[in-house]
Design a protein around this ligand. Sequence first.
Ligand SMILES: NC(=O)c1ccc[n+]([C@@H]2O[C@H](COP(=O)([O-])OP(=O)(O)OC[C@H]3O[C@@H](n4cnc5c(N)ncnc54)[C@H](O)[C@@H]3O)[C@@H](O)[C@H]2O)c1
Length: 450
Amino acid sequence: MNVVCIGTGYVGINTAAALAYIGHSVCGVDIDEHKINLLKSHKAPISEAGLDELLSQKMNLTFTTCLEDCVNTADVIFIAVGTPSLPNGHANLSYVMSAAEDIANSLMPIHDVTIVVKSTVPVGVNSMIERQIRDKVTMRCGSDALLHFSSNPEFLREGMALSDTFYPDRFVFGTEDDKAYQMLTTLFAPIIDQTFEPPAFVEMPDPRPKTQCIHTDAISAEMIKYASNVFLALKISYANEIAGLVEKLGGNMDDISRGMGMDKRIAPYFLKSGLGWGGSCFPKDSLALLSMAKDYDYQMPIVQAAVDVNERQKTRLIQKVIDKLHILPGRRIAILGLSFKPRTDDVRNSPSVDIAKELVRRQAIVTVHDPQGLDNARVIYKNEGFIFCTDPIEAAQNADAIIITTDWAEYKNIDWKDMAKAVKTPFLFDARNLLRNELDKVKDFVYIGM
Ligand SMILES: NC(=O)c1ccc[n+]([C@@H]2O[C@H](COP(=O)([O-])OP(=O)(O)OC[C@H]3O[C@@H](n4cnc5c(N)ncnc54)[C@H](O)[C@@H]3O)[C@@H](O)[C@H]2O)c1
């Protein structure tokens, strides 16, 4: 099939490349010329395991900044642009609506076309997009009979994006249009049935999973996405709330999480205590869900509590630092980790960055390091007063304290003896409990977990 993917960010590029790999002819469209130029030279604009290798395969994958170049040969058009938060918590729909507008202005349906919203959008937005495109196309072309629409929310995890795209737990197809449903199940058939040749450079779960499909209406599909993401955020906040009590009463939170997770009904994931959740999805999706509810005068105290507990984790960490250092102005503090989680260079809405910013606000001298996110951070946070360091030991030089804010595996393997020699005072705040079970490695430090 001919596929167009509007937006070549974390979701768009992984989707586009995987669909090309399984044999479709795919065109990725983005308004960001720099990204498109990189992609045209087979370079990934983001750091994601296996993506560079995938982009260098021989396949039918092209890129453009001009939607008109490819829209009229497309069988399926994905909208995979961002939906960040507005200051009031609502999702900013300007990018999805502008992508819809671009489709509406350039599409001349001469054969069946299915338009699919992959972006995470609030309930009702799929139907708004459908109305906008249908009305405009009808006005221009006289008929909208060949247009089909579906919601198809995305569940990939950054850092595992390709693995999740090739081996997803489930597909959600939200449409009441049989033709759209048929198109999507045909498009994804090799992934649904797991009949494609596994790419060697993409991690495959063992055993190779069975992918489930659920066919719903668009509203349910939209809500499945929000309800799922916010449930995961809530699980982390619950673990953090328990960890706060464990800190007072005693006990080992890792054992407690493990013990809880052995119950199939609970499952072991998202129970790790620490600095809390962040990134470009959980924070914005929880705020968007709260905003949706507020618009309809509905309270969601559980979701609100998850957000509040998550914010409290940052305050708890700062308080732990103050308890040891007493004053912050002039203190030199090394932040290890800027990405919101390991294996990604995504530093958007990262709790690590919030901590670094708060320390700068309190007049500490803040050195920062990240194995993959430094380049992005240098651009996005260039005016925040951070001192960017390419090596953890450089960040630790003469520091009054080190804080591990992202649980990069690399940080486990630092020579902590050398780090101890580099610092001025050996306070190690492990906000991700990365070394909690390997205290031998950091025995030269006063170790403070979360
Ligand atoms: N990042 C994730 O882990 C993840 C996972 C699941 C779902 N999602 C959802 O998927 C959507 C996309 O997320 P992302 O992280 O890939 O975003 P992103 O910010 O990484 O990428 C969005 C891309 O869209 C481009 N764009 C914006 N407007 C455009 C337009 N009119 N035409 C063409 N390109 C345009 C931007 O230049 C950017 O490259 C969001 O709604 C997000 O919530 C993200």
